[in-house]
Design a protein around this ligand. Structure first.
Ligand SMILES: N[C@@H](CCC(=O)N[C@@H](CS)C(=O)NCC(=O)O)C(=O)O
Length: 208
């Protein structure tokens, strides 16, 4: 059994947990899971057992603990370079790091007003101007990346860290009935039809 554990939150709600989980699955890197229930009186104490920030995800690889999604993704990419989890091309790699950084550091309004609930379809919310801008920007990123991508259906062709970072947004667009057309719809469909995504959503349904 792998001496590697990913500590995650509820699959239904934890968008940050989905990112490294999907990355490890898509890369075929074995790991065990420990799931902490979020939004419970015990959540903070449960998370503090693994992470100084009291947040998930956390990757525990042997003696090493990594407690931030981007740090986990970088560690995985460095440890398994043969998986090519960043694009091989230097220019594409710089662009993919930019869109990943945008996701990691931004989209606060969309995140707040469209919290991940990957097993539900909810009424389309009245979005604030900020959240509407976030949605438009994500769609612009997907369109511009797909326009330049070659060799596969993902943002940079083959599956990379950028796809893991935007996968939770594909579920949010469905949950909150955000209109999608053309390239944006096709990209969301690509992500949501991945066997690993189906596995995550099926497990989220069982949790509920
Ligand atoms: N910057 C962190 C954010 C992680 C985060 O906010 N995780 C949420 C769950 S998605 C969490 O652990 N919340 C703790 C709580 O709900 O008490 C990362 O990139 O990993």
């Amino acid at each position: 059994m792998a001496d590697r554990t990913l500590v995650i939150g509820d699959k239904r709600y934890s968008s940050w947990s989905l990112r490294p989980w999907l990355l490890l699955k898509m890369a075929g890197i074995p790991f065990q899971e420990t799931l902490i229930k979020l939004r419970q009186p015990s959540t903070q104490a449960d998370c503090l057992r693994y992470s100084p920030t009291a947040k998930v995800p956390v990757l525990i690889d042997g003696a090493l603990t990594i407690w931030d999604t981007l740090a986990i993704a970088e560690y995985v990419a460095e440890t398994w370079p043969e998986k090519h989890l960043w694009p091989a091309d230097r220019v594409a790699r710089a662009r993919s790091r930019s869109v990943v950084a945008e996701m990691h550091a931004g989209f606060a309004d969309m995140r707040r007003e469209m919290a991940m609930d990957c097993i539900s379809v909810l009424p389309k919310p009245e979005l604030s101007a900020g959240a509407a801008r976030d949605v438009a920007r994500v769609q612009e990123i997907w369109q511009s990346c797909r326009a330049e991508a070659a060799g596969g259906p993902f943002l940079f062709g083959a599956f990379t860290i950028a796809d893991a970072f935007y996968a939770p947004v594909a579920t949010r667009f469905v949950t909150y009935q955000i209109p999608m057309t053309g390239t944006v719809q096709a990209y969301a469909d690509t992500i949501l039809s991945l066997p690993a995504m189906r596995e995550w959503i099926a497990a989220a349904t069982r949790e509920a």
